[in-house]
Design a protein around this ligand. Sequence first.
Ligand code: FES
Length: 222
Amino acid sequence: MADAPQIPDEAETRARWGAFAWTAENAEKAKAVIARYPAGRQRSAVMPLLDLAQRQVGAETQTQGWLPVPVIEFVAAQLDMPFIRAYEVATFYTMYNLVPVGRYHVQVCGTTPCLLRGSDDVMAACKNRGMVKGKTTPDGLFTLTEVECMGTCTNAPMVQINDDNFEDLDYDSTVRILDALAAGEQPKAGTQNAQRHTSDPEGGPTSLKDMVKANHDYRKEW
Ligand code: FES
């Protein structure tokens, strides 16, 4: 794939991340996560620990974070599992970054519902800001990735930026959000349509309206 990320040079990666270890705070968090699983099933903690490790790398690099191979090895060793099993998990889910990303990881959904509702305009707003798919902007601020359905089709088109979803987007609202992030502000997450509350229908409920004010029992009316 032309957009496939290029895994960084291994020698450099080992030099920078070979001595990775939890911060004191994350060591406590890791312990608590592992304790959720029954004895002998600690490997089940691989996903939250990979996420925690990615966040620690993010905090150290002032980015959204990524998973260098030595960091994945560290997590695998902590869970007493073969590296390849942890690597399989890290490469399967797009929530794990296998290459360095910018301060903001802009993940634009391009699957059919978002496409039909205008994801091309969202992508155009990103590209007009100098973003290139699969790359980080020279100022290190934004990394652009096109992803498959993020489960927010009701509010299509949408984009996930780090831990927030921005929904019901168009070209202008996407520009507004990117400008705010670049200015160090935290734009409002969720729907950008002032006529909507979360994923309710635009303009208010169209069915089960009696449920809005009280727990209305419809059964006698059916
Ligand atoms: S198609 Fe974009 S969130 Fe589902």
